[in-house]
Design a protein around this ligand. Sequence first.
Ligand code: GTP
Ligand code: MG
Length: 317
Amino acid sequence: MDLKFKDKIKLKLIAGKGGHGAIAFYKGRSPTGGMGGNGGNIYIEGSALTYDLNSINIDFTIKAENGIPGGDKNLTGRNGKDTVLLVPLTTNIYDYAGNLIFSLNKDGQKELLLKGGQGGLGNWFYRTKGLDNLHRSDEGKDGESLETMFELELYSDVLLIGFPNAGKSSLLNAITNAQSKVASYAFTTLNPQLGRMDGHTIMDLPGLIEGTFEGKGLGTSFVKHTRSAKMIMHLISADTEDVAGEYKKIREELKNIDEDLFNKPEVLVLTKTDLINASNIQEKLEIAKQLNKEALAVSVYDLDALEAIKNYIKKEL
Ligand SMILES: Nc1nc2c(ncn2[C@@H]2O[C@H](COP(=O)(O)OP(=O)(O)OP(=O)(O)O)[C@@H](O)[C@H]2O)c(=O)[nH]1
Ligand SMILES: [Mg+2]
């Protein structure tokens, strides 16, 4: 899923055109051509089961079905089928001028984006309008069309942040239903990953390094996905020599990346405590508490500590 993660697409959307009105006659004389059906509409619907914009499987243009032409015996053509585009939460839809048209942030929220064109009138409609009009029928109207930009902004309550290899994905997997990729090399996580824990959403982010704010490492394109988060868990591996130094580097980086991100409430979490001995853990935790008074320590192998992390999150949210 990583490589295909799509959080921004440009789309030209065209609602269906109305069907032609028919020209038909009963016994060659009286007009009986029916109306065309209306063109299909285009709806956008928010879906909690959709993770990225890949669900919209398209090229650049999406068209709803045209209305079916009218028939004889004054039959109205069938309406074109509506097109419903399912999008993840939250998807913001803009026109090319950058105006926000809709923001879909609820599961099942369905908005009519473009209306299909009306079907044309058949010659039955004009039967009383004189001889000149006996062969008259109208074309269906064009459907509305729009060039749009869909932009996904993922929702989360808690962000896991830290240097590569700090153990962010491992912690996400340990406390939520997620299966984020874990490996001993840097930048294993390429895109934001989500997990659910007791109704809360935790987001695991790509590792930060010095200079992320200027595009180093994986850059800052993830930032828009952090806006909804209420708190940050800042992870540092307990086997780090200079906990204070690393903590300050990441804080500095966050400040450079985004002021709002920097200002979110934060808790420092020492990870991988199983790698060091008990007295060393205490020592490092003391240092951590001076940097961040609520600091915690955890290992993915320590079930009590994992429970404490979960409880902390539930208490804070
Ligand atoms: N011993 C031990 N190893 C851990 C623990 N948590 C993570 N690791 C190991 O640390 C390495 C990095 O873990 P990840 O969870 O991939 O780290 P990350 O912060 O998500 O890394 P990036 O995605 O590259 O930023 C892996 O080899 C993990 O197995 C832990 O609690 N104890
Ligand atoms: Mg990771």
